[in-house]
Write a protein that binds this ligand. Structure first.
Ligand code: 2M8
Length: 484
């Protein structure tokens, strides 16, 4: 396997140097065209389904990434993506993790609208239908809103005026969303966001949650359908039934608590401080501060946002594990850190930014090590979602090992912000090669590069657009190829 991987790596290098610049350009044009086509096909009129069959609804953080990609094609449509999502914001400020598509084919996704319909009876829920779940996902939205405005500023005066009006409209909603996360989801004021379901992390079956889930005793439950498995050939690409039992049991408990945040916090068996979620919130609060400036928000609000960001930076620092050189999630019920090496461990501090030179070096060392991107058998030098050195690693199973383009986008973006443009350019280039070879998959097998999960995944298309159409990136890329 090692010999084969080295050969593949050599072949890649040779292919690259043989390939003429014009050919690369053509390949990029094709990728841009294909990504645009995918987003158009998944466009449901003002919002985009996460994938054509497996995910026929609007997902919260998917929509934010989609808006980042769409901003390069049509800033007005990109703004609409976020506007549609935020139209279903809860009174507490929560942005639901799914807004259910009333026109989705029956039996296409479980648990669907009917399962979550009860959430609509919560006094905090928005008017329904459409129904929403009562979970939430990492808050990429302010980053997306700012990106839309920046894209409009590069375009023309008319687009800028429109995007500024959009920021004025969305700012109070973003502010309420971040305030919800800083209060309801962090009653300890630790700076770290608590999740009460693995779905809220966005990295659902990651071994990050194994210990916390293992402690849960699943009670009496009705049988349930696995519609997700109909859409794939190989069931091992999706979470296992033991994981699904726990997901649905947790949903049952959340529904039993009437989706009430305080009751959930009091009694729920799965309560975890999520470092990746919290780090995205730091970056999102930084974006929100910039938005606050554009819309001339009050000093009081700006101070609050700044304070939330500072508190989360501090909270994340305290999750650092010197031995692993990573940041660790914290299980509030067991009162202990969750010691697993996943991409979240180094992505979180990088996304949160402002690391000391020593810590940055440790993080980059871990990223480059054989535990992640430096593993000798990888098809592409990209970090598997879980380190192959972990016992919970599985190369085909969803967030337990496959490589995710969307996670690589977050890393790339954070590396640029951390002053590491060459490393960022390498991640971008390998990711584009991976997608050019395997298509717009949801995730990829790390050793073979086989595309897995859904195809035509919207956020994969969106990050490709951003990688290929972002000016700043092209510059970083050319700097690094000059130094090669
Ligand atoms: C995946 O999660 C959903 C549940 O929310 C699922 O597996 O059914 C995750 O990858 C999540 O991060 C993503 O937002 C969603 C849609 O792409 O799919």
């Amino acid at each position: 396997m090692v010999t084969q991987a080295v050969t593949q790596a050599e072949r890649r290098v040779r292919t690259r140097s043989w390939r003429k610049v014009s050919e690369e350009h053509e390949e990029h044009e094709e990728l841009v065209a294909e990504a645009g086509k995918i987003l158009r096909r998944n466009d449901m009129g003002g919002w985009t389904r996460a994938a054509p069959e497996l995910y026929p609804h609007q997902w919260s953080w998917d929509s934010a990434f989609i808006a980042i990609g769409l901003a390069h094609l049509d800033t007005r449509r990109a703004a609409q993506e976020l506007r549609t999502l935020f139209a279903h914001q809860w009174k507490t400020g929560k942005v639901p993790h799914i807004v259910f598509n009333p026109k989705a084919p029956p039996d296409s996704y479980y648990p669907g609208a009917e399962h979550w319909a009860c959430a609509a009876s919560s006094p905090d829920a928005p008017p329904a239908p459409p129904y929403t779940s009562c979970l939430c996902q990492p808050p990429v939205h302010a980053i997306a809103a700012l990106r839309i405005w920046e894209a409009a500023r590069r375009k023309d005066e008319k687009a800028l005026v429109e995007a500024t009006a959009f920021l004025r409209e969305i700012y109070p909603r973003l502010f309420a969303w971040h305030r919800y996360l800083a209060t309801f989801r962090d009653p300890e004021r630790s700076g770290l966001v608590t999740i009460y379901h693995p779905w809220a992390s966005g990295t659902d079956n990651s071994p990050r949650w194994d210990d916390a889930l293992a402690a849960i005793e699943v009670g009496e439950m009705e049988t349930y359908p696995r519609f997700d498995l109909q859409h794939l050939d190989d069931p091992s690409e999706r979470p296992a039934s033991a994981e699904y039992d726990r997901y649905l049991w947790l949903v049952k408990l959340i529904k039993r608590a009437g989706c009430d945040e305080r009751s959930i916090y009091r009694s729920h068996p799965f309560l975890v401080k999520d470092v990746l979620f919290s780090a995205v919130l730091v970056a999102a609060n930084e974006a929100l501060l910039e938005i606050a400036e554009v819309v001339e928000a009050s000093d009081e609000e700006r101070e609050l946002i700044d304070g939330w960001a500072g508190r989360s930076r501090q909270g994340l620092k305290e999750c650092w594990d010197e031995k692993l050189g990573l940041c660790l999630d914290y299980d509030l019920r067991a009162d202990k850190p969750l010691r697993v090496r996943t991409v979240a461990g180094f992505a979180a501090p990088l996304i949160a930014g402002r690391q000391s030179p020593e810590r940055l070096e440790a993080l980059l060392g871990e990223l480059d090590s054989s535990a992640f991107s430096g593993h000798p058998e990888l098809r592409w030098p990209l970090p598997p979602s879980t380190s192959p050195k972990e016992t919970g690693f599985h190369p085909r199973s969803y967030w337990r090992g496959p490589v995710w383009p969307v996670a690589n986008w977050l890393l790339w973006w954070s590396l640029i912000r951390a002053g590491e443009p060459e490393r960022a350019a390498r991640i971008r280039r390998a990711s584009l090669d991976q997608i050019a070879e395997g298509g717009f998959a949801e995730y990829f097998e790390p050793f073979t590069g086989e595309p897995l999960g859904s195809n035509s995944q919207s956020w994969t298309a969106a990050v490709v657009l951003d990688w290929l159409l972002s000016d700043s990136l092209r510059k970083a890329d050319s700097r690094s190829s000059q130094s090669e």
